[in-house]
Design a protein around this ligand. Structure first.
Ligand SMILES: Cc1cc2nc3c(=O)[nH]c(=O)nc-3n(C[C@H](O)[C@H](O)[C@H](O)COP(=O)(O)OP(=O)(O)OC[C@H]3O[C@@H](n4cnc5c(N)ncnc54)[C@H](O)[C@@H]3O)c2cc1C
Length: 202
């Protein structure tokens, strides 16, 4: 399967940045390369029309169909559903945990879930996607198998630390600091705090 745009960017630039560091020999390298969206290889994904939530939210891609099926009900999945309904797209969202927005501030969560309810977004918790066919998703919900019709699938199942460049540079004889989501996926304030401490240190 071809890599989605968000992943391609990292693959393309990593090698060239490592080379630049080798050439310029800086005193200190601070790596804040963030996270790479997870695609989780759902069985049959390649047969569907799918995209990453981040590629949609940054304006790189658009949902052209009348409906979208969002996988993942964390902060990004909920923001994606909100964005899509504002464009008139009918949204179904599934989350494998017992609640959506578990990683969100309670007030922000209450506001967005109220908006999604008002926009008639169908939200299914305790629902784990198992596999896909061209026009359907098969999911497990509390022991039962459910089949959802789909047009466009939007994936918002989290990120993994973008470690390719950090791991290559850490092997060299350089003073290297890794901060933010490149350490592990966290909130923006954690990344800012890492940056503050490293900035004060060097
Ligand atoms: C849609 C969305 C909404 C979010 N909302 C919130 C929120 O409300 N509150 C909150 O606390 N957190 C939120 N987050 C999480 C937050 O964005 C992250 O915690 C934070 O951005 C991590 O900061 P970072 O600097 O480590 O990584 P990033 O912000 O991801 O920055 C890493 C940067 O490095 C660049 N990069 C990577 N590799 C290379 C390379 N080889 N060469 C050059 N550049 C490279 C990337 O393109 C990127 O711009 C949200 C995330 C998303 C996706």
């Amino acid at each position: 399967m071809d890599s989605p745009p968000a992943t391609k960017f990292h693959q393309k630039t990593s090698a060239c940045v490592v080379k630049m560091v080798g050439n310029t020999k800086p005193d200190v390298v601070i790596l804040a390369t963030g996270g790479i969206p997870l695609t989780t290889h759902f069985q049959g994904l390649e047969n569907t029309h799918w995209m990453l939530a981040v590629d949609l939210l940054d304006g790189g891609l658009r949902v052209e169909s009348a409906s979208a099926f969002v996988i993942g009900g964390g902060l990004v999945g909920l923001e994606t559903a909100d964005f899509l309904t504002s464009q008139g797209v009918k949204v179904t969202l599934v989350e494998m945990l017992g609640e959506v927005g578990g990683d969100m501030d309670p007030l922000a969560k209450a506001m967005i879930t109220k908006r999604l309810k008002g926009a008639d977004v169908k939200i299914f918790t305790d629902t784990k996607v198992l596999s896909m066919k061209k026009n359907t998703v098969i999911a497990q919900q509390k022991g039962n198998e459910i089949v959802y019709p789909i047009e466009t699938v939007v994936i918002a199942v989290g990120v993994r630390a973008n470690r390719e460049m950090p791991d290559r540079l850490l092997k060299r004889d350089l003073e290297v600091y890794v901060i933010g989501n490149a350490v592990e996926p966290r909130k923006a304030l954690d990344a800012i705090q890492d940056g503050f401490y490293v900035g004060n240190k060097v």
